[in-house]
Ligand binder design. Structure first.
Ligand SMILES: C[S@@+](CC[C@H](N)C(=O)[O-])C[C@H]1O[C@@H](n2cnc3c(N)ncnc32)[C@H](O)[C@@H]1O
Length: 259
């Protein structure tokens, strides 16, 4: 198994665009991540432009906001289709920061270049890697000393809980929770406690941790559709860092500092 087998989203591009960013899921994700980084990464509030790497950038939805605030971005993805969409999204955005695009595994960037960044983003990528622990090692290498990591990953606990609620006990018993390559369930859903250990082993310090979609995915759909977005967001923000809600969230967002 190697990085060549990490999931390339050329095949998922259309589904990803539709199911995530054209829906409540993507809106909540963007807002929660945004609040987290503003709250926990002090250099983002100084107004100084930062060097930021988006490792597994997809269509650049999150980077777009940072670009609009004058930061310098490098978007890295293995999918040509996702990067093409990112180019289009960012060319339509208000152009204030500088921007580069690169089509290759971010692990290769870590191997081949000495470039390091003030902030590395890796959102919903780790669970698509064949070797996620090595992925964390590569991310760590790409952060300058004193820099920051914003890491979002798919939470295996939440998937088990979802199967339990749906009565899919056979699936739970089998322990095989990997997606089947057709839908957006990841190849490698991650156990948060294990990811925290990997971060610790790599020398990164966890500064904050929150859940993204702690309850909306489990809600009755009729009720969810009736409620205004602002009300759902308010409650997601309120419970995101609080146990036991955080540990059941669909994604876990960890902010780390490199000493
Ligand atoms: C679920 S999407 C997330 C995209 C974006 N970060 C977001 O949050 O919208 C995962 C992305 O990671 C990319 N990817 C997977 N393995 C990668 C790797 N080793 N290096 C760079 N990109 C990778 C895929 O092509 C895909 O675009």
């Amino acid at each position: 198994m190697s990085r060549d087998q990490d999931r390339n989203f050329d095949h998922f591009h259309q589904r990803f665009k539709q199911n995530i960013y054209a829906s409540l899921k993507g809106r909540l994700r963007l807002e929660i991540l945004w609040q987290d980084i503003q709250q926990h990464i002090p250099p983002l509030t100084t107004g100084m432009p930062l060097r930021i790497l988006d490792a597994g950038s997809g269509m650049g939805n999150f980077s777009q906001r940072l670009h609009e605030r004058g930061h310098q971005l490098l978007l890295c993805d293995i999918s040509g289709k996702q990067l093409e969409a990112a180019r289009q999204n960012l060319s339509m955005a208000q152009d204030s920061g500088s921007i580069r695009f690169i089509q290759q595994p971010f692990q290769q960037l870590a191997d081949d270049s000495d470039e390091q960044f003030d902030l590395v983003l890796s959102h919903a990528v780790l669970e698509w890697l064949t070797e996620p622990q090595q992925g964390i090692g590569a991310l760590q290498q790409l952060i300058r000393p004193g820099g920051w990591l914003s890491l979002l990953f798919f939470n295996r606990h939440s998937l088990i809980y979802r199967h339990l609620l749906n009565g899919n006990f056979k699936r739970v018993r089998s322990g095989d929770l990997a997606g089947e390559g057709k839908y957006l369930t990841p190849d490698n859903p991650l156990i948060p406690e294990q990811v925290y250990d990997w971060l610790d082993d790599s020398g990164l310090q966890i500064v904050a941790c929150s859940g993204v979609r702690t309850f909306t995915d489990f809600m009755d759909r009729g009720m969810r559709d009736k409620l205004p977005f602002e009300a759902l967001l308010e409650m997601e923000l309120r419970y995101r860092a609080q146990e036991p809600f955080r540990s059941l969230a669909r994604y876990i967002h960890v902010i780390c500092h490199k000493p």
